[in-house]
Design a protein around this ligand. Structure first.
Ligand code: CA
Length: 296
């Protein structure tokens, strides 16, 4: 399994890949530049729009008569919004942290019941001021976790009964019981302990076998883990120093899309990893978990 470069995007902080199965598109964000990217694999073309402020994450919304184009839920500094393309219309939904101006949104995605889960972090990466929120399409906003440093990861087991989460500086993947009916989490326990030599655990997805795919910030690799045993199953080199996240996409959910970043890299590091910030793809033989839609 070798990652191919599909877009030499040179993103500052490429993140949050999400596969829109209805429209056959991959979305991803460049957080600090506020760019929302749409990659169309059928044409191998990437288009982006500037949403105007730090853009943490997004999730697709179902195709409907009211939203014939692209419709998303996104997390901006000023809160959760719906966003449509090509109109670029933003509609405000909720703002969990109007009082925490030094925080920004980081990773997020929808749960299998259509709730939008998104986490925050201190943009300066100093305070444990982050939280993880769950926003339901009926307008209910819940705080699932507080005291988070860098909210990352986020995925579910194939039976949806386990939620996996990463607070990057802990070097752990933590599992919780997940109540799909209420969206509540309980019973945290570490399931993967990432050795420092592999890098920092960042974004995460899961496959149909229930294994976890974790992107390694600073580690130039993507890793696959068995959460039942904590065992590292695979470490796949990626020609980008900061590997940030991954998601399964394509018609059979077997194409693994990988985002990366070139934020704060030295000239020496950029010379060693010139493709950092690129978008990569691995054609795997495994089927991944779908990207869940907001309000589905
Ligand atoms: Ca991340």
């Amino acid at each position: 399994m070798q990652p191919e470069l599909i877009l030499d995007a040179r993103a500052d902080l490429g993140e949050g890949p999400a596969w829109d199965a209805s429209r056959g598109l991959l979305y991803w964000v460049d957080i600090h530049t506020g760019r929302l990217h749409t990659f169309d694999p059928s044409e191998e073309i990437d288009r982006w729009v500037h949403v105007g402020e730090s853009l943490g994450c997004l999730a697709p919304r179902p195709v409907s008569l009211q939203t014939p184009g692209i419709s998303l839920v996104i997390a901006l500094n000023r809160g959760f919004m719906t966003f449509n393309l090509p109109s670029e219309q933003l509609v405000f939904l909720a703002n969990p942290e109007p009082h925490l101006t030094r925080n920004r949104f980081n990773d997020g995605k929808c749960d299998p019941a259509g709730r939008f889960l998104a986490g925050t972090m201190d943009d300066a990466e100093k305070e444990a001021s982050g939280s993880l929120y769950s926003y339901s399409p009926d307008g209910t906003l819940k705080t699932l976790l507080t005291g988070v440093r860098i909210s990352n990861g986020l995925t579910w087991s194939p039976d949806y009964q386990t939620f996996y989460y990463i607070d990057t500086p802990t070097c752990l993947v933590t599992a919780f019981d997940y109540d799909l009916g209420t969206g509540n989490i309980a019973n945290p326990r570490p399931v993967v302990n990432v050795p420092p030599k592999l890098g920092w655990p960042d974004g995460m997805t899961s496959d149909a076998e229930g294994m976890l795919w974790v992107a390694m910030w600073g580690g130039a690799k993507l890793t696959r883990w068995n959460p039942a045993t904590g065992q590292l199953l695979e470490a796949i080199p990626v020609p980008a120093m900061n590997v940030t996240s991954c998601v399964f996409g394509g018609p059979d959910l077997t194409d693994l899309y990988i985002t990366s970043a070139r934020k704060r890299m030295s000239a020496e590091q950029l010379a060693k990893y010139p493709l950092s910030g690129g978008l990569f793809r691995i054609r795997t033989k495994m089927r991944g978990m779908p990207t869940f839609e907001f309000g589905a």
